[in-house]
Write a protein that binds this ligand. Structure first.
Ligand SMILES: Cc1cc2nc3c(=O)[nH]c(=O)nc-3n(C[C@H](O)[C@H](O)[C@H](O)COP(=O)(O)O)c2cc1C
Length: 513
């Protein structure tokens, strides 16, 4: 099994697979998919002459009640979140926190609000406290005993006892810098957030009239980031965070790439976003976290509440994310009004409801600079109310395609999808990338404008899984960012940040936009 781990962004992706101790430390946190017998139910049928198994969606309430695990895998980070109701503290685990908008700087989390099964129950206490205070601290702990302790407590203190969890961990914690909810002393990165308040976007549209939206079984909260804390040794480049944004999988049969591709359009693009699935942060090719102070071993930076004037910033680099945040990648496929297929890699793609299963890509509409141009995909999705989401895994063809499709718009290259070199099937719902082990066909049931990005709410209508995905040949994923320790194996062949003189490294390739 290929075990993912963090690797340097400035080596080739092949070289970048790391070694020894990190693998051992990470191995127990790796999630393999599918579980045994995942496809034994008759709901899975043959598609495209044995190339895929397909499952029509949505499932019935009875099917979900019997087994509410996701019917197919989509890569998402996991974090811990704390809140308070002003008196007590509450702790939850969140799958799929996602930065979805740049101005204002907004993260979504989604919490279950309906009883679906024994596994999926409403998180009443946490949601009540969150809605009372409007604050949440999203935090990441290094892999190891304190994180394990939190995960144990989350399992052993169910609904009714959520307010006991923080104390039950026995872990030291303190008040956050901007709010009264707790932060674990072991956290290496904390995003302090509050509910988005009603405001207007660039075009005068009213946004965030409510700080949440109900989507199927879940409530999706919009949280504006108002302070980031990062462990001082990481902020100073003495220690790195490793994050693998793509899952790993070994295809058992080759896909035939398109011949005669013409990628010359990329040379005319005003802004090129680099991409590696193996991020290390900070690194010599990254921008520093520009902190303003330090306390409790953490470097921190506060962010002013959003004002419309902020979006006058047109410098491409200044509009990057100010710090690392783990994100995965959806390969969003669509068709133009005239039927031309397209592909847009989208880091801000997240699963927001379990029943029906809803996947949501955040697509730029506010054209503030070359980095944030309005996407062709936006118009395609609006034209047909459909899109596809392919799960990308690490291989050279996929990485080359992400770099091309993620930098060249179909507005500039009408044959963009073909010119990525990827083999694709036109598909009856949306274009299907043959190299992706999993594909979701989605129908748009809503669009939420967020300021610079629009979240499309895509109800999954069909899932395709390649037949060479199996419990014996699983997709593997590490949902946790890894703090690299200073032992020799972690160091491996990796590059340390170039700044050895105490100055901070200068440029950051953050994990998302
Ligand atoms: C790794 C990566 C992640 C990206 N994530 C997003 C995203 O979350 N939202 C977005 O609007 N654009 C994102 N982009 C940029 C678009 O993929 C890019 O602008 C693309 O060319 C748009 O294509 P289109 O205009 O043909 O739709 C990302 C690009 C890369 C390389």
């Amino acid at each position: 099994m290929a075990v993912p781990l963090g690797c340097p962004g400035n080596q080739s992706d092949q070289q970048a697979r790391g070694s020894g101790a990190v693998i051992n430390r990470v191995a127990k946190y790796i999630y393999p998919w599918p579980p045994p017998n995942a496809f034994s139910k008759p709901v899975w049928q043959d598609y495209l002459d044995g190339e895929y198994r397909q499952r029509e969606m949505p499932e019935s309430a009875e099917e979900v009640a019997a087994d509410s695990r996701w019917p197919a895998f989509f890569s998402q980070p996991i974090c811990l979140i704390t809140t308070t109701d002003g008196q007590q503290c509450y702790l939850e685990r969140e799958v799929g926190p996602c930065i979805v908008n740049r101005f204002p700087y907004v993260m979504t989390i989604s919490l279950c609000r309906k009883a679906l099964s024994e596994r999926h129950t409403p998180r009443v206490q946490f949601m009540e406290a969150l809605e009372k205070s409007g604050i949440a601290n999203v935090q990441f702990l290094p892999l190891g005993p304190p994180l394990d302790r939190c995960l144990d407590i989350l399992n052993t203190y169910p609904e009714g006892q959520v307010q006991k969890r923080v104390a039950a961990t026995g872990l030291p914690h303190r008040r956050a810098l901007s709010n009264a909810a707790p932060v674990f002393a072991d956290a290496f990165m904390v995003y302090e957030t509050h509910f988005c308040r009603p405001m207007e976007d660039l075009y005068g549209n009213k946004i965030y009239e409510k700080p949440y939206v109900d989507v199927g079984s879940h409530r999706v909260y919009f949280l504006e980031v108002n302070c980031i804390q990062l462990r001082q040794d990481i902020a100073d480049g003495r220690t790195q965070i490793a994050w693998n944004s793509l899952a790993e999988w070994t295809p058992r049969r080759p896909t035939v790439p398109s011949a005669d591709v013409d990628q010359s359009t990329i040379t005319r693009m005003g802004y090129i976003k680099p991409f590696t699935p193996y991020y290390k942060f900070p690194a010599s090719n990254t921008v520093a976290f520009e902190y303003e102070g330090n306390a409790d071993g953490m470097a921190y930076k506060h962010f002013e509440a959003f004002q419309r004037s902020h979006v006058e910033v047109i410098d491409n680099d200044k509009t990057r994310w100010p710090c690392f945040f783990p994100s995965s990648l959806g390969m969003i496929t669509s068709r133009s009004a005239a039927g031309k297929p397209n592909l847009m890699p989208c880091g801000s793609t997240t699963v927001i409801s379990r029943s029906p299963l809803v996947i949501s890509p955040a697509v730029t509409y506010g054209g503030i600079n070359d980095r944030y141009r309005s996407r062709y995909t936006l118009h395609n999705i609006r034209a047909h109310s459909r899109f596809g989401v392919g799960l990308a895994t690490v291989n050279e063809e996929m990485l080359a395609a992400i770099r091309y499709a993620g930098n060249v718009s179909a507005a500039d290259d009408p044959n963009k999808l073909r010119n990525t070199g990827l083999s694709f099937e036109d598909g009856d719902y949306s274009p299907i990338l043959r190299g992706c082990p999993i594909h979701f066909d989605c129908e748009v049931v809503g669009e939420v404008k967020l300021g610079t990005h629009s979240m499309f709410l895509g109800e999954v209508q069909r899932i395709l899984v390649r037949t060479d995905v199996s419990a014996e040949n699983p997709i593997t994923w590490n949902p946790w960012p890894v703090v690299l320790t200073d032992d020799a194996a972690d160091r491996g062949t990796s590059s340390r940040p170039e700044a050895t003189d105490g100055s901070r490294p200068r440029r950051v390739v953050a994990a998302g936009e």
